[in-house]
Write a protein that binds this ligand. Sequence first.
Ligand code: C5P
Length: 218
Amino acid sequence: TPVPVVAIDGPSASGKGTVGALVARILGFEHLDSGALYRIVALAALRKGVALDDETSLASIAAALPARFEDGLVLLDGDDVTEAIRSEACSVGASRVAVLPAVRDALFWRQRSYRTGSGLVAEGRDMGSVIFPDAGVKIFLTASVEARAERRYKQLIDKGMAAKMDDLLKDLYERDARDSQRAVAPLKRGDDAVLLDTSGITVQQAVDFVIERASSLR
Ligand code: C5P
């Protein structure tokens, strides 16, 4: 039998990362943060001075990405880039390189290769639609743009970083638009995905919801 997959898709700052990591730990499954891959491609490109619309060069970077996830850290060329890929430049950069079909193709098999062990929790924009269409559980995790901006605001302030609510809202609107309107693998809830709106619920409630759906997989 194939390795079971829990696919969690949704917009930026919807809580996918937090929920996905907790669900993976509870189930004893592997965890794929596919957004991190797009962020690493953007960071590698920025470091090399490659333009974020140079599809051919970006696809080569993506195809030979010297990146690893290890002990909760993200490594690029052995460098710890866990924090660096969360920067505003990498958030915007990731959503720009992600519109390019050759970049998405170059990351296709790498993403599939995380389907090992007793199961996989995969989160992103197209986990249930493109990368793991046969996933046993598909969740579309979302929250209002205000709730998402507030969470991001809190995260940044907690880290001692500067944040302005207006800028965060504007950035989320722009990224939502770019993710939903692109031609390839746009962000969209498939008919087979269960909608989970986390605007008014706690992380624990969201985790419980996904675990309950996933109980049939074990
Ligand atoms: O999830 P996260 O915000 O880290 O993803 C960064 C960007 O990568 C997203 O804005 C989106 O454009 C892109 N992405 C994607 N497909 C995925 C995961 C992320 O296009 N499966």
